[in-house]
Ligand binder design. Structure first.
Ligand code: MN
Length: 418
């Protein structure tokens, strides 16, 4: 696959995240306007709501682009997803007859405020990168018992909070919680001291289900993907997580990137999961490659400082694909809804600088990382900005996600000291 050319000049650069091959879906606002559906193309965003209102986009069951969220398009079904993409490619291709009519509907990305691209109806987070599970398990249980006995058979996850999901650019406040020093018997209530990030991908369910679905059906249900930072309070987590798993440690915020990169745009980059180390039960078998070759990185920018890349990895480091996770999620009969978000779990490679959390990068705080300025980090400091990037590399073009960023604000005063 090579670059598809657009009449939007900036979309023809090998350096843009948003060539015609991509066409990711977001929601944007400009000064004095309400949030509306848009499509990123080069350094511009096409006001898709305006294009639909003008009759340049026409969808079965429409209008579908007027609500300020992409849920109506998702809910319209896979035939509409395909038709919308076909119409957008036609409208934005080099030589399109509609170019002059569309030109006034382009807004510079630099002047747009990016909003939540869809209403998150439910949120589940998984634990499906083997290197991450092995690293965390080694720290907590030693290398012999690093992987829980179920890990090679089941995509482990927990039900998270849709209400905690925020879009890139939203500040994150350091939380208070119950913490316990390893040598203390009883906990204290205090600001989190070990606040961390988790580099993940998020899969968005576009087609609802009401019973168990196969891996192939699950793959068809996925509308697209976002980058996802599952902010984690490690000291709160260490005290609360046994025996039922994460709760308040994961409920402060989860940041997603503002652009939904569709499954259709990622199609040329499909890649297989790694060889199975234990045979999976038949229902989890994949009928084809269901991961994607997406380069991922994390940067940390201290307040007033420069951006430091602290990790580089790839989505193919997952042991389970989103389709396998979604299939497993429905085995109980659990219904899935339009706008269900599935976090992949922290994505870590095998090398030290490919780990997707500070917990692993600093090995539980024992080996702090050093930034360009000479400062060190075991966990996040107030004022740090964390940014995730992701892109699939094609021949002379790339399909990117834009930035997924958030800044950590200092804890407020004790919320219960009144
Ligand atoms: Mn996570």
């Amino acid at each position: 696959m090579t670059l598809k050319k657009s009449w939007v000049e900036s979309a023809n650069s090998a350096e843009t995240d948003f060539p015609l091959n991509n066409l990711p879906y977001g929601v944007f606002a400009t000064e004095g306007t309400a949030p509306r559906c848009g499509v990123a193309i080069g350094d511009m965003v096409l006001d898709a709501a305006a294009a639909e209102a003008a009759g340049l986009i026409a969808l079965e069951g429409g209008p579908l682009l007027q609500s300020g969220a992409w849920n109506p398009v998702m809910g319209a079904g896979a035939a509409v997803w395909k038709d919308l993409r076909r119409q957008l490619v036609t409208l934005l291709s080099e030589g399109a007859a509609e170019a002059e009519a569309l030109r006034p509907m382009l807004v510079p990305l630099a002047g747009a405020t990016l909003c939540m691209p869809f209403a998150v109806t439910e949120y589940t987070d998984f634990y499906a990168s083997k290197n991450h599970a092995f690293n965390v398990g080694t720290m907590f249980r030693g290398p012999e018992n690093a992987l829980p006995p179920n890990w090679l058979s089941i995509p482990i996850g927990y039900n998270g909070r849709a209400s905690s999901v925020v879009v890139s650019g939203s500040d994150v406040r350091r939380p208070w919680g119950q913490l316990k020093a390893p040598d203390a018997e009883l906990p204290i209530f205090a600001p989190c001291k070990r606040f961390d990030l988790e580099l993940e991908m998020g899969a968005i369910v576009g087609t609802p289900s009401s019973g168990p679905v196969s891996v192939a059906e699950a793959d068809d249900m996925i509308f697209g993907y976002v980058l996802l930072n599952d902010w984690s309070a490690r000291d709160i987590q260490a005290w609360e997580y046994q025996p039922l798993g994460p709760f308040q440690a994961k409920a402060t915020a989860t940041t997603i990137s503002p652009w939904i990169v569709t499954k259709a745009a990622l199609e040329p980059f499909r890649a297989p999961t790694p060889p199975r180390e234990r045979e999976l039960l038949p229902y989890l078998a994949e009928p084809g490659p269901m991961l994607y070759d997406i380069d991922l990185s994390v940067t940390l920018t201290p307040a007033g400082g420069v951006e430091n890349t602290i990790s580089r990895t790839n989505y193919t480091n997952m042991y389970y694909s989103a389709a396998q996770q979604l299939c497993h999620h429905t085995t109980s009969g659990c219904s899935m809804r339009v706008g269900d978000l599935l976090g992949s779990g922290t994505i870590s490679g095998t090398e030290k600088d490919t780990r997707g959390s500070l917990l692993e990068l600093s090995w539980g705080g024992k080996e702090p990382i050093t930034l360009d300025s000479g400062e060190t980090r075991s966990f996040l400091e107030d004022g740090d900005t964390l940014t995730l990037y992701g892109a699939a590399q094609g021949d002379g073009y790339r399909v990117g996600f834009g930035a997924c960023a958030g800044t950590l604000l200092p804890a407020l005063d004790d919320p219960f000291a009144r």
